[in-house]
Design a protein around this ligand. Structure first.
Ligand code: OSB
Ligand code: MG
Length: 370
């Protein structure tokens, strides 16, 4: 494969409704799309970064900067047999996993398209459709939350995830459980609690939740291990797991019994696959998380969500949960499931008119041959 260059596009797309978490409110999805041009094909990757560094230390403009200044130039003169060659070539640059993931995914997509192989096949997927959950943000009132959840259940989502934070936890969870009965219900705290909140968090045990996602700080694996012994609700980690190495450590420490895999957070689909494998070897269920992706990121996430170890419904929701007009042909929920794309690579491309409309910046960075 000969990589000729990389296009970085900054896009801005309004969300259908503001998405509120313990770390902030997102009303517009501002992120990057990366297009890799090779002698064989073109490929696309979406960055998980947002306008502000609130979920992780990365943010859209910072990701664009590290790509243009460091990551893409480091590929010049490098022999790229396939996308596995990127991580070693970029390994000396610390962190910046969301940016690295977008770049690796674009190259992976181009390589697979050139060879006619769907991403789901390349990763080892075993399903043709995946069961979908939905992540429900913090609302102003409990009636507003109940309305939102009712709408998603009517649409067919098979699992509901509520965002929680101190002051928005027991009452909303109780209200949803009482109103909707025996649904598959879980919560995500986005690191908003402290170890001293263990007794409070144990009160969630009364609601028979499937899991409690990332209650404590990202770097507190030991705190999560202690908390896991103090609560009955299974602990799932998101922000804490940046690599297969972290997953192995978290499992051995007892910090979690379930893992949310987000390919962006861990530097790409190849590392995401390794996390899936480490977890599967320990009988730790995994599921595919989300970062409010457009159809480009969603298509690739569906390939991951179709792996055999992804035994729980994830946050791969349909296009209309996020955008009134998606960047690709819309992903539609059918009987609570989304179909895994079957075409080569990620299996979808941006719709040209929509892409032009949402692009606010673009640049081309040539890559020199090996
Ligand atoms: O913690 O899982 C999270 C969105 C942005 C950043 C972090 C998270 C989320 C979500 C939404 O929960 C998942 C989605 O629907 O894409
Ligand atoms: Mg999360």
């Amino acid at each position: 494969m000969r990589l000729q260059g990389i296009e970085i596009r900054t896009i801005r797309m309004p969300l259908v409704a503001p998405f509120r978490t313990s770390f902030g409110v997102e009303t517009v999805r501002e992120t990057l799309l990366v297009r890799a041009v090779t002698d064989a094909a073109e490929g696309w990757g979406e960055c998980g970064a947002s306008e502000e560094p609130l979920y992780s230390s990365e943010y859209t403009h910072g990701a664009a900067e590290v790509l243009r200044r460091h990551l893409v130039p480091a590929l010049s003169g490098v022999e790229l047999r396939d996308a596995h060659a990127l991580a070693p070539a970029l390994g000396r640059f610390k962190g910046h996993r969301l940016a690295k993931s977008a770049l690796e995914t674009a190259v992976l997509d181009a390589d697979l398209r050139g060879r006619g192989v769907p991403l789901s096949h390349a990763l080892g997927a075993t399903r043709s459709r995946v069961a979908c959950g939905v992540s429900v943000g913090i609302t102003d009132t409990i009636p507003a939350l109940l309305d939102a959840v009712a709408g998603y259940l009517d649409a067919g989502y098979v699992r509901i995830k509520l965002k929680i934070e101190p002051g928005w936890d027991l009452e909303p969870v109780r209200a949803v459980r009482e109103r909707f009965g025996d649904i598959d219900l879980q919560v995500d705290a986005n690191a908003s609690y402290r170890p001293a909140d263990a007794r409070h968090l144990a009160r969630l045990d009364a609601f028979d939740l499937t899991l409690l996602e990332q209650p404590l700080a990202a770097d507190d694996l030991l705190g999560h291990a202690r908390l896991a012994r103090a609560v009955e609700t299974p602990i799932c980690l998101d922000e804490s797991i940046l690599s297969a190495h972290h997953a192995a450590a978290a499992i051995e420490l007892g910090s979690c019994s379930i893992v949310n895999i987000k390919p962006g957070r861990v530097g790409g689909y190849l590392e995401a696959r390794r996390i899936h494998d480490v977890c599967s070897a320990h009988d730790v269920p995994v599921w595919c998380g989300g970062m409010l992706e457009t159809g480009i990121g969603r298509a690739a996430n569906l390939a991951l969500a179709a792996l055999p170890g992804c035994t729980m419904p994830g946050d791969t929701s349909a296009s209309d949960r996020y955008f009134s007009t998606d960047l690709t042909e819309p992903f539609r929920l059918e009987d609570g499931h989304l179909a895994v794309p079957t075409g080569p690579g990620i299996g979808v491309v941006p719709l040209p008119e929509v892409l032009e409309e949402v692009t606010v910046e673009r640049e081309w960075i040539p890559v020199a041959a090996a």
